[in-house]
Design a protein around this ligand. Structure first.
Ligand code: DGL
Length: 269
């Protein structure tokens, strides 16, 4: 069990923000990442489609012999985690529960904001998880569909991004949130801008960071074993556009991507 890899998948390259946090916390682990670049974005697709993709992506990583699975995509974690836990027998972590836990524990005034893709926000998965943890919380959610392309364009502090962010965040500011959950893989890259706009008094919760903490607890709990190697590794598979993935992905990951393979999954598209 010790030497088996951890599988992580996302709709595309955004999940590399989750990989970055896992590498930071668990540098000795072997990681296998799958980015479904042929079918991204998931955040504007319907529930049944996302659940079908989630099942296929998970099956692929399970075939690679992973000891645990991380669904890095907030959209898929919102819409498909129940199905995956029912159909697959390995430990499966999503990003919703860790993010919701950190927000529920951290809020002082009990007013929490959540931003994510339209599918994540429509599913109300964060709201349900937050209220299950602390019934009295008030939750304001806002879909921010333009953030994903802006981040992929590299416009992390561009006037256009500022304008869009102001528009998206203003109802959350009016609601008086003191905690804001970054409920999408791409949003950690906007953290400095979002913090500036929300003000220092608002705590931003990075679901990727929280998930990495939860994974390291799981590995230390005896349910699974931590790798005893000094140096971990990262193997990446994508379903399309490997060059673009490498080019943009390295800024999400904060390191170079050496081991990248294009999968031929034509029959599934
Ligand atoms: N990975 C998705 C998420 O975290 C964002 C990109 C997409 O829409 O597929 O929700």
């Amino acid at each position: 069990m010790k030497q088996e890899p951890i599988g992580i998948w996302d709709s595309g390259l955004g999940g590399l923000t989750v990989v970055r946090e896992i590498r930071r916390r668990l540098p000795g682990e072997k990681l296998i990442y799958f980015g479904d670049t042929a079918r991204v974005p998931y955040g504007i697709k319907g529930r049944d489609t996302v659940r079908r993709f989630a099942r296929e992506n998970t099956a692929f990583l399970v075939e690679q012999g992973v000891k645990a699975l991380v669904v890095a995509c907030n959209t898929a974690s919102s819409l498909a985690l129940d199905l995956l836990r029912e159909e697959f027998s390995l430990p499966i972590l999503g990003v919703i529960e860790p993010g919701a836990r950190a927000a529920a524990e951290g809020t002082k005034n009990g007013i929490v904001g959540v931003i994510g893709t339209p599918a994540t926000v429509d599913s109300a998965a964060y709201t349900a998880a937050l209220k299950a943890l602390r019934g009295g919380l008030s939750v304001s959610s806002r879909a921010c569909p333009l953030f994903v392309p802006l981040v992929e364009e590299g416009w992390l502090d561009h006037p256009a991004t500022r304008l869009v962010a102001r528009e998206y965040l203003s109802p959350l500011m009016e609601a008086g949130v003191d905690t804001l959950v970054l409920g999408c893989t791409h949003y950690p890259l906007l953290q400095p801008l979002l913090q500036e706009l929300m003000g220092e008094g608002v705590r931003l919760v990075d679901s990727a960071e929280e998930l990495a903490g939860e994974l390291s607890e799981l590995l230390g709990s005896g349910e699974l074993e931590t790798s005893d190697s000094e140096q971990g590794s990262l193997e990446v598979f994508v379903s399309d556009l490997p060059l673009r993935f490498r080019q943009i992905g390295e800024s999400f990951l904060g390191e170079s991507i050496e081991n990248l393979t294009l999968l031929d999954r034509k029959e599934e598209r």
